[in-house]
Design a protein. Structure first.
Ligand SMILES: Nc1ncnc2c1ncn2[C@@H]1O[C@H](COP(=O)(O)OP(=O)(O)OP(=O)(O)O)[C@@H](O)[C@H]1O
Length: 285
């Protein structure tokens, strides 16, 4: 199997800053690095900057300040063959709601060039290739989308939370497959998620984001060691660590609406529409 970029799939980010047009939000001065074959979990409250960071790693949005190296390449200068980014806009692609067959869809994204991977993904994600996409459930559709997105052998996978529709068993099988990928071939995964079920033993590294910054990051063992006295399985200890982080973040930040509470009562912010991909000023992927 030929890979487009033979460099080891490591990721290094140096003093990375990106500010949205409102000049208030974005990410600020982020530096971190993850080694080849690692599986990194991006953890943080809603709005912490996970999607923004993943999109920048994929070379989406306008060029930021600071440095990004993905497999030795700059996503804003070099083509990123071998980097797969699966996020909201990919999920919303309307083709997967039309009257089209699964086999045809998988073929259209390169499934015939990688028949072993295609068949493996069909098995792992328990896909029925006779499904027609206008007549499947949300979770079934998501499983097909994952197979479509992953069938080409990526070297770096940037995964925004897109497993929410999967049932528990499908998600566990899927996570197991991702883990095996990093064990059997030279590839690296960064995964932003809020769902920690079945993730014990999965992440090699954790990155804790808060208000557009990275508060802490490093090998998972470092954080698990810090809670070594805590009772519980790896799964619940990961959960405890993350819950502790998010509680602390909330305490530091305060409730989102607190600055809008005046003497005349509450005024509610409608929030931006950026999270729904409706922003007008950002370049489209
Ligand atoms: N298009 C945009 N224009 C302006 N601000 C934006 C835009 N997209 C995101 N933001 C802001 O940037 C910050 C980081 O958003 P981001 O989507 O990266 O967070 P996240 O950690 O992925 O959140 P979630 O867990 O809710 O998906 C937030 O304060 C958000 O309001």
């Amino acid at each position: 199997m030929a890979f487009p970029n033979p460099s080891p799939p490591d990721i290094t980010v140096t003093n990375l800053t990106y500010t949205f047009q409102d000049h208030a939000t974005g990410i600020h001065d982020i530096s971190l690095s993850v080694p080849p074959r690692s599986r990194t979990l991006l953890i943080g409250a809603n709005g912490a900057g996970k999607t923004t960071l993943l999109r920048l790693l994929a070379g989406k949005r306008l060029a930021p300040r600071g440095g990004i190296s993905v497999s030795g390449l700059d996503p804003f200068k070099d083509g990123l063959e071998g980097v797969t980014y699966l996020g909201l806009e990919w999920v919303l692609n309307p083709i997967v709601r039309t009257d089209i067959g699964v086999a045809e869809l998988l073929s259209s994204v390169g499934g015939d060039a990688y028949p072993d991977r295609r068949d493996e993904l069909v098995g792992v994600l328990d896909i029925d290739v006779s499904w027609r996409m206008h007549a499947v459930s949300d979770g079934e559709r998501r499983r097909v989308q994952l197979a479509m997105g992953l069938v080409r052998p990526w070297t770096v996978l940037l995964l925004d939370e897109i497993t929410v529709d999967l049932d528990v068993l499908s998600r566990a099988e899927f996570l197991g497959w991702l883990k095996r990928e990093t064990e059997v071939r030279e590839c690296t995964i960064v995964y932003a998620t809020h769902i920690l079920d079945n993730l014990a033993g999965w992440p090699t590294h954790l990155v804790h984001m808060h208000l557009g910054t990275v508060r802490e990051w490093g090998p998972t063992g470092k954080f698990l060691d810090e809670t070594a006295g805590a009772v519980g399985s790896g799964n619940s200890r990961l959960g405890e660590i993350v819950l502790g982080w998010l509680r602390e973040d909330l305490k530091d930040r305060g409730p989102r609406n607190q600055k809008k509470m005046g003497t005349e009562g509450l005024t509610y912010s409608t929030g931006g529409l950026g999270g729904y991909g409706l922003e007008s000023s950002e370049p489209r992927p």
